[in-house]
Design a protein around this ligand. Sequence first.
Ligand SMILES: CC(=O)[C@@H](O)[C@H](O)COP(=O)(O)O
Ligand SMILES: NCC(=O)COP(=O)(O)O
Length: 240
Amino acid sequence: MSQAKLSVNINKIATLRNSRGANNPNLVKTALDCERFGAQGITVHPRPDERHIRYQDTFDLKAAIKTEFNIEGNCEEQKFVELVLANQPAQVTLVPDILGQITSNHGWDTIKHQNYLQDIIGVFKEKNIRVSIFVDPNTEMVEAAKTTGTDRIELYTEAYASGFHRDKEKAIAPYIFAAKKANDLGIGINAGHDLDLDNLQYFAQNIPGLLEVSIGHALICDALYLGLENTIQRYLYQLA
Ligand SMILES: CC(=O)[C@@H](O)[C@H](O)COP(=O)(O)O
Ligand SMILES: NCC(=O)COP(=O)(O)O
């Protein structure tokens, strides 16, 4: 049985809202509805061009939501660091995005960026914000994550998701190794990117110590057909 919490990433709701300039759909209302329908957290990933989540959205969400607020983003942007410190979310997830990236596509090299990560993680932890860092399923990267001082890692699941239908055992194998290493080192485990109703249950059942998944793109796509309440219930069922 999985103990993993579901944090709904609402970036795509902001994408839809921004396409017309007004406030439909209302991002805060959607976040509150996600909570009402059972989500145990809300995730946003503001990007420098504010193409979906705007910086102001984080303050509006922080003031309204009751579950765990997770802000993801690129900590090499000073504006992002200031935004997180001003919001005091339950968790910040540090992602090594480069400018203009369509979506996140790689984890941290925790060996190469060891000193940088130690420093920046210290900045957030000093304010009692739990820190998670985005990593590929690579035991060396997990080992070096330990000495950065991070509380958790977020396993980047794109490779798992894209290999799942071909050979799910092969696709999940590196994630099991990485998770066991994290468990041995006392690092908490989150996961996300391209998780969906097909691949989530197998992942949750096979990753020891999985604490949280953040899911956005597929969940919002499913909601178009199934409705948001029904969709969230189905994702929770995969985690039960
Ligand atoms: C960090 C991560 O895995 C991403 O999936 C991200 O949170 C989604 O960002 P976009 O919605 O901008 O693709
Ligand atoms: N951290 C991953 C996330 O928040 C959502 O990723 P995706 O489900 O939109 O691919």
